[in-house]
Structures are given as structure tokens and as C-alpha cells.
Design a protein around this ligand. Structure first.
Ligand SMILES: [Mn+2]
Length: 330
């Protein structure tokens, strides 16, 4: 599944296609968008017609900053318009899915049906819901989709513009929470390579700047933490609706504290839905817990949603499940 083993297959796949459509996960972040734009640039240099498919109605601040800056430079389309841009011969069309491999998480699940040839470039674990009949390049030990795209650019031996290097570096900084999570020597090497190719750390900082009010709400959430053994559980304020990405970011933050190996964050995502986001440094198996709760994930991250349950009910349920799992492991 790795890039090295699939290098030739990947090249052949790309060589045989003419129109390439790039699609990230729902609620794009800078790793998904950065990797799409990075791949676009690689493919353009291979003389492919490229399209980035975005259906998100609302955009995270960093994503909308980038989309504004690149307006007119890339072909952005909605999935409903894919048929207009398809090549007459379907085998000349290729859909590349970046930063996810799950059917339900792509921008638009129905868009998958237009394509016989699909390629996945991702750094998340595969699962039951992984898109079928696709060439999969998946490395779960790599920091981000952006890091994978840099490796692909190196396979093609091509240069990326300083702006694209900046976007790719932003994706890495985002997914590693400033080089604290899932960071290896290769990640630092990639960051070095991008910086040496003209990426601007100052610009990365600008792109990733947050809204101050969101930050304040997140800090409030962090003041309500319970630590059980090596696990930290944080609960949101019941009257605040959090975005899924913000819960995830808070769960990332929990891992920054001494002695904490796994973090869970519970918060309301809408009037009737409570979300649970989980992160682990890899030692503590959060995926079993999430599966028991009806969600999913891998060794490092995962999530789950609950209908018609309040925050305290989810909190109790989570604690029971953690206790039960600890009992099973002993
Ligand atoms: Mn990612």
C-alpha cells in the first residue's frame, strides 16, 4: 500500500489518464486542500487536465483564505458539474481522493460513481468503509497527505512553486499540531525540503491563525478536564455548538500534557447531536473504544457521534467503556 511499492503502478495510472479530478474529505482543511493543490501542480506538469472538486458550503477560515488567494489559478468545480468535464472515454478519467479513504467522508459520495479509475492518497487507517476498486497509496505512519504529495513530487523529480510549498508545509504543520504529533525524521526532512524550496513559515503561521472567539471557547472546554490514569476527558459547555474540527483540535491539544497518552473531547455538534473526538499517541487503543461506542478510527485518531444523548450521558458511557476495556486488557 505504500508509495515505494506502488510507485510504478501510480505512474502508470496517471500516465494513462487525461482528465484528473481531485477530491478531499468533507469540511476541507489545509491538509486536504494543500494536497489537492500540490497534486494538481504535479499533474499539470504531466500535461493533464485537472479539476478540484469542492462541495463544502461553509469553509474553515484557513481554507477560505487560500481559496481566495488562488481564485482563477485552478479549476474548482462542484461535483454536480463533473459530467461536463469528463473525457469521452471513461478510462481516460481518473478520480484522486486525498486525505481520506472512506466513502462517507469524501466531499460527495455520489461523485465516486462517475469513475472506473480511482486512486486514494491518504495517511489514515483503512477500514470497512474504505472506497473499493481503487489503487490505494496509504501510509499511516506519515504525518499528512501533504507529506505524501511531496514524496510523489520527488518521484516525478519536479519542482513545486514556493506558494505550493507553503501550502504543503501548512498541511504538515496542521496535522502534526506544530510537529508534536505523528512527527518522524522524515517529517522534519520534508519540512526542511519545503522550506529550502521557498515555503514561507511566516505565511504558514498566517494561514493557520485562528478566530480569537473560537479559541476562547476552546480554552473554556479545556478547563473542564478529568484525568483517569493516562487518559484525559474534556467536556464542552452544553450551550455551545462546536465544529467537528474544533473538537478534534482540542483532542490534539490534550496530548500535549505530561503523562497523557489519550484524549477524548465531548461537545455538542448540533441541537440533537453530541460529538466525541479522540486522539492517542499510539500506545492506548482508542479505536476499540470508539468501535464499542458506534464510531470508528485508528490507533491515533477517531470520532463518534451520539443522537439524542446529552454531554453527561456520553461522558458516563465513555467512562464505562474505558473501564470495561481496561478490565479486558488486564
Ligand atoms: Mn490529513
Amino acid at each position: 500500500m505504500g508509495l515505494v511499492e506502488n510507485k510504478l503502478k501510480l505512474k502508470k495510472y496517471i500516465k494513462k489518464s487525461k482528465n484528473v479530478f481531485l477530491m478531499g474529505h468533507k469540511n476541507l482543511d489545509l491538509d486536504a486542500l494543500g494536497s489537492c493543490i500540490g497534486m494538481y501542480s504535479i499533474l499539470k506538469q504531466q500535461k493533464k487536465e485537472c479539476y478540484i472538486v469542492i462541495d463544502d458550503k461553509e469553509q474553515e477560515m484557513s481554507v477560505s483564505k487560500v481559496l481566495k488567494e488562488v481564485e482563477g489559478c485552478y479549476n474548482f468545480i462542484k461535483s454536480a458539474d463533473i459530467p461536463i468535464y469528463l473525457h469521452k472515454k471513461n478510462k481516460k478519467n481518473l478520480l484522486i481522493i486525498l486525505d481520506t479513504n472512506k466513502r462517507k467522508l469524501v466531499q460527495n459520495e455520489e461523485a465516486l460513481d462517475y469513475f472506473d479509475k480511482k486512486l486514494i492518497i491518504d495517511h489514515h487507517d483503512l477500514g470497512n468503509d474504505t472506497i473499493e476498486n481503487a489503487l490505494i497509496i496509504e501510509e499511516e505512519n506519515i504525518s499528512s497527505a501533504c507529506e505524501l504529495v511531496v514524496n510523489i513530487a520527488n518521484i516525478y523529480n519536479i519542482d513545486l512553486s514556493p506558494y505550493i510549498c507553503t501550502l504543503l508545509l501548512s498541511g504538515i504543520v496542521l496535522d502534526t499540531n506544530n510537529f508534536t504529533l505523528k512527527t518522524t525524521a522524515d517529517t522534519f526532512y520534508t519540512a526542511y525540503f519545503l522550506a529550502a524550496s521557498g515555503a514561507s513559515p511566516k505565511k504558514v503561521q498566517y494561514l493557520l491563525k485562528q478566530d480569537i472567539n473560537t479559541y476562547i471557547e476552546q480554552q473554556k472546554l479545556l478547563s473542564n478536564i478529568e484525568v483517569i490514569d493516562k487518559i484525559a476527558i474534556a467536556r464542552g459547555t452544553p450551550y455551545i455548538i462546536y465544529r467537528k474540527e474544533d473538537l478534534a483540535r482540542m483532542a490534539d491539544t490534550l496530548l500535549l500534557f505530561n503523562g497523557i497518552e489519550a484524549g477524548f473531547v465531548i461537545g455538542k455538534m448540533s441541537k440533537d447531536i453530541v460529538g466525541l473526538s479522540a486522539r492517542s499517541i499510539g500506545n492506548y487503543n482508542i479505536s476499540h473504544i470508539l468501535e464499542k461506542l458506534g464510531g470508528g478510527g485508528d490507533a491515533y485518531n477517531g470520532a463518534c457521534t451520539f443522537n439524542k444523548k446529552n454531554i453527561s450521558e456520553v461522558h458516563e458511557l465513555l467512562k464505562k467503556t474505558i473501564k470495561k476495556q481496561d478490565g479486558e486488557e488486564k
